[in-house]
Design a protein around this ligand. Structure first.
Ligand code: F6P
Length: 367
């Protein structure tokens, strides 16, 4: 039976989004289905007037519109972390702001546009929206995306490997300059409340200390590691700190929060520079990798995972599944209920083999 499916990309972008879009569109085309892309998450539907300069908030996606995009970062649909339809911000005439649930509007607009199903590509926030829409009767399949790798029920999300590859490259480059100047170099990486990027890039880049949100650090132990290296003749140290890392008896460093948006993390590295320089006389410099980790081309593995997720999502729709997310369970891509994904977070298990490996090769977690 012919179908029309909508595709949306929500939350922070991740390398591989375009590969998913292309895979969905080509797989749907093989079945003679039509694809409609929604611009900037669901904003293309909820605030269509904002997209006049793009010719509207939605666009038909054909094999022609997705040609040559597999290797490109970003998303041809645009994305946003503002305008969550479950908590949509409304500014009142007196300047006050409140949040309303606009998911019913999405369902009715889809129905008037003849859309039968939705493929929602995103992180935890997008999966929650997808779950609510599915509960309201829309056929929905989620596709997990995030450089943070913190989504439950999938071994990996695309974008993570690309971010780790980039961060590792940066750590590699910092070794020679850290050694030349006999400095402590701190590298702050993204990941929100999960330490996956810090852990993987820190081990691969042979950092001396890795500070994770999952293991609050003791500054004395960090200093001890730097001093041990000094005594052994290595007059420089590399510390990788996750943006969500926190000192023992301290808190996560936060920049702020705007209405309808997630808390913005930042400042963990800066705090650590001050703490180290307070304890020892050692020049300490900070590099915050920030959004560089989200940009650029996806690695071959991330492209492959994204293409597999896109095609699997279309197969799931063809098989009549709804309220599910496609997930990597090597060697398979399966579907898992969205209810088992939302409102949870996959953090680094502190008793894992990879943490033990780091300890075995002398990396300190500041504990
Ligand atoms: O979730 C992906 C991510 O890059 C996090 O690692 C980071 O904390 C956040 O998004 C940054 O979001 P924004 O681009 O909105 O500042």
């Amino acid at each position: 039976m012919s179908k029309t499916i909508a595709i949306s990309t929500g939350g922070g972008d991740a390398p591989g989004l375009n590969a998913v879009i292309r895979s969905v569109v080509l797989s749907a085309h093989q079945r003679q289905w039509k694809c409609i892309g929604i611009r900037n998450g669901f904003n293309g539907i909820l605030s269509p007037s904002e997209f006049a300069r793009h010719g509207g908030g939605t666009l038909e996606l054909t094999p022609d519109t997705v040609r040559g995009i597999t290797h490109l970062g970003g998303t041809i649909l645009g994305t946003t972390n503002k305008g969550n339809p479950l908590h949509f911000p409304i500014v009142h005439s007196d300047g006050t702001i409140s949040e309303i649930d606009r998911t019913d509007e999405i369902i009715s607009t889809f129905s008037s546009m003849g859309i039968d199903a939705l493929i929602s590509i995103g992180g935890d926030g997008s999966m929650e929206i997808a779950h609510v829409l599915a509960q309201k009767g829309l056929q929905v399949v989620g596709v997990p995306k995030t450089i943070d790798n913190d989504l439950e029920k999938t071994i990996a999300t695309f974008g993570f490997e690309t971010a780790v590859e980039f961060a590792t490259n940066c750590i590699d480059r910092l070794h020679s300059t850290a050694e030349a100047h006999e400095r402590v170099m701190i590298v702050e990486v993204m990941g929100r409340y999960a330490g996956w990027i810090a852990l993987h890039s820190g081990i691969a880049g042979t950092a001396d200390c890795i500070l994770l949100p999952e293991i609050p650090y003791d500054i004395n132990k960090v200093i001890q590691k730097i001093q041990e290296r000094e005594h052994s003749g290595s007059h420089f140290s590399i510390i990788v700190i996750a943006e969500g890392a926190l000192p023992k008896d301290g808190s996560v460093s936060v920049i702020g929060q705007s209405i309808g948006q997630a808390v913005r993390l930042g400042g963990a590295g800066e705090k650590l520079v001050k703490e180290i320089e307070h304890h020892i006389q050692k020049e300490t410099r900070l590099v915050v990798l920030g959004h560089l980790q989200r940009g650029g081309m996806p690695t071959a593995n991330d492209r492959l995972l994204a293409l597999r997720f896109g095609a699997s999502a279309v197969r799931a729709i063809a098989d009549g599944h709804s309220d599910v997310m496609v997930a990597l369970d090597p060697p398979h891509v399966n579907t898992v209920p969205l209810s088992e994904v939302t409102r949870r977070m996959k953090r680094v298990p502190i008793d894992s083999e990879i943490i033990q490996t780091a300890r075995d090769i002398g990396i300190s977690f500041g504990e």
